[in-house]
Every structure is written in structure tokens, then in C-alpha cells.
Design a protein around this ligand. Structure first.
Ligand code: UTP
Length: 225
């Protein structure tokens, strides 16, 4: 299968050490024996901190986004270091480059592309662009909840949702640099229009990636209606 995997920066850099990069690298190595892999890495806390500083310096939103993108690309480079020779050792800056680099037969790792969305959207557009069989979003929560699980005890995990309902749920959420909600509306739109098979699951457990690929019930499955 051709699989696009989005890994939140908040997963990889929660502790500012190499552990999660190594764990993911070993899983991706195994998966790459059977699948064609494209990985999109998020910015996490370092991106938010840099964005805060540049915003305080008076930068506009698109410039803040640009700083966020640079950080996602640094994070992508860290994953490339962990993967070594099985990955193409350059970070594509756009979708065409990602496609070109994939002709090497190696894992492609990228970060952001342009302002006004998050790497969730990058992963969904990339999945469209390369005609992926699956999109897996590894994030810092278990999936989509009926309410914010950090604020409400009665929040329930949604195991399956249509892309239309997901869009509805996300409408009105914040779209400022560095503050994307649990999932990005552009990504939900791509999933809807291209009927992308998508799973959103907790990336703190790298094993969830394998489970999601195997079709096991982990997190939230987005169905394309
Ligand atoms: P992330 O995709 O990491 O945002 O990009 P996020 O969802 O806030 O963070 P995590 O990784 O899931 O914790 C970081 C920031 O970079 C900018 C946005 O401002 C985003 O919030 N960005 C990223 C873009 O403008 N365009 C891109 O293609 C990617």
C-alpha cells in the first residue's frame, strides 16, 4: 500500500530527546519492507514557541506560519537522521518534490508547505497528490472526542465519523498560526473530496501505527461521506 503518515511534532518532541524518533524509525523501517511510505512531521512545542516570539516581534499571521513551517522541516530532518539510508535524505518543500523523491524507492519525509494550514492538511493533500491507499494521523489525543476530554469527564471517543460530520464539528475552530485544533478543516475537506481512508489515533503509542494499518480499531476512523 501507499501510506501517508502524519506524526505530530508534539509526539516526537514531547521530551526533547531522541526516543520517539528512534521508536518510529524502527517501526517505519519494518513497514517500508511492505509499503511505500510518506511521512509528514509536525512542529510541536518548538514551533509554537518560535511562533510566539515572532508574533511578539510584530509579524503577521502568514509570517508566523512561515516560521512554523521551518520548524516542521527541522523536525523532518531529525527523523531523516534516525532513518538513515532507507529514507531519501532531503526534505521536499512541495508535493511535486515529494513525488519526485519517492521515485528513489525510499521513505519520503516532509514538513509543512505553505502558510494557512497545519501539517494535517499537508498530509491529506499529499495523500491526494500521490493517490495514497491510507492516511494515518498520529496525534496527541486518542482520536476525536464528543467534547474536549481535558475539560469534560463525560467526553466520549468517537470510533467512526463521516468527513462531512467532522467538517461540521471543526467549523468555527481557531485557525491562527500554531493553534490548530485537534484536526485541520482543510484536511477534512481533502478527505471528503478524495474519499481518503483515514485513521486519527494516539501517536504516543507508536504501535498504534501498525494497528491502524492492519485495520484494527484504534482511535477515530474518518469515512468519506
Ligand atoms: P503543525 O502542523 O505542527 O501544527 O505546524 P500544530 O497542529 O499546531 O502542531 P502539532 O505538531 O500537531 O503539535 C506548526 C505550525 O506551522 C504552520 C502553522 O502555523 C502551524 O500551526 N504551518 C505548518 C503552516 O503554516 N503550513 C504548513 O504547511 C505547516
Amino acid at each position: 500500500m501507499k501510506i501517508v503518515i502524519a506524526i505530530g511534532g508534539s509526539i516526537l518532541l514531547k521530551e526533547y530527546n531522541c526516543k520517539k524518533f528512534q521508536e518510529y524509525s524502527s517501526i517505519l523501517k519494518d513497514l517500508s519492507k511492505e509499503h511505500e511510505l510518506f511521512v509528514v512531521v509536525g512542529g510541536g512545542k518548538p514551533a509554537r514557541e518560535y511562533i510566539r516570539v515572532v508574533r511578539d516581534l510584530g509579524a503577521g499571521e502568514a509570517q508566523c506560519d512561515d516560521i512554523g513551517i521551518e520548524v516542521t522541516r527541522i523536525n523532518a530532518k531529525l527523523l531523516l537522521s534516525a532513518l538513515g539510508d532507507i529514507a531519501y535524505q532531503r526534505v521536499p518543500h512541495n508535493f511535486q518534490e515529494a513525488l519526485e523523491f519517492s521515485a528513489s524507492g525510499k521513505i519520503v519525509v516532509m514538513g509543512g508547505t505553505e502558510p494557512a494550514h497545519s501539517t494535517d492538511a499537508v498530509s491529506a493533500i499529499l495523500a491526494e497528490y500521490i493517490n495514497a491507499d491510507q492516511l494515518i494521523n498520529l496525534t496527541s489525543v486518542d482520536g476525536m472526542y464528543t467534547k474536549d476530554p481535558n475539560k469534560f469527564d463525560d467526553a466520549e471517543l468517537v470510533s467512526e465519523i463521516t468527513a462531512t460530520d467532522l467538517l461540521e464539528f471543526l467549523s468555527g475552530k481557531d485557525v491562527k498560526a500554531g493553534t490548530y485544533e485537534f484536526f485541520d478543516t482543510t484536511a477534512a475537506q481533502m478527505i471528503k473530496r478524495s474519499k481518503l481512508q483515514t485513521v486519527i489515533t494516539n501517536g504516543y503509542e507508536p504501535e498504534n501505527l501498525i494497528k491502524a494499518i492492519n485495520g484494527e480499531n484504534v482511535g477515530t476512523k474518518v469515512i468519506s461521506k
